[in-house]
Design a binder for this molecule. Sequence first.
Ligand SMILES: [Mg+2]
Length: 179
Amino acid sequence: MEHSCKCTQQIVALDVESVLADIHTAWITHYNKEFTINDITDWDFKSLKTWNESLESFLDETDHLWENNPKKIAPIVPNLKEATEHLKPFDIVTSRRTLGGIINWVEYHKLEYRAIVYVPDNKANLDYCMYIDDNPNLALSIKDNQFLWLISQPYNQEIEESVQIKRIDSILEAVNHSK
Ligand SMILES: [Mg+2]
C-alpha cells in the first residue's frame, strides 16, 4: 500500500458513517427532512438550526435507525465486501454509541474486518497507521506518522490536503490506490 504512513503496523481504521454507511441519506429520507446533505456545512450541525435540528436530534434519530432499521442504511458504494478486500487488514472504528446496530450492519454486509473498535473520543490516539474518515476533527489531530484519506463532505471542506491528508470522494479512490 503506497502512502505517507511511517508506522510499521499497517492496519487501516475504517470509519462507518459516511465512509461505509450512508447515514445522512438514511436520516434525511427516513425522517422526511426538508434539507439536503449540502445544507450540513459544519461538523456540529449548527448549520441545521434553521430546520430546528441539532447534533442531538441527529444522534437520537440515527441511534434509532441503527438499533431498529440498520438495513435501511444503505452502503455508500455497492458491494462493499469486494471493495474493502483491498484494504485488508482493517478494523471498523466508530464513535457511534449504538454499537450493536453497527455490528449487525457490518455483519450483514459481510465485511472481513479484524476487529470492531468503539472509540468515544479522539481516534488518532488509537495509533492506527491509516484512517479513512470524514471527521474534520480527526484531520486536525492526526499524528506525524499517520495518514488520513478524508472522505469529502460539505462539513469538512475547510480541511486542506497535505502529505498526511488526501481528500477523496469515496472509499473507492482509497481502494484503487491500494490495489
Ligand atoms: Mg463518519
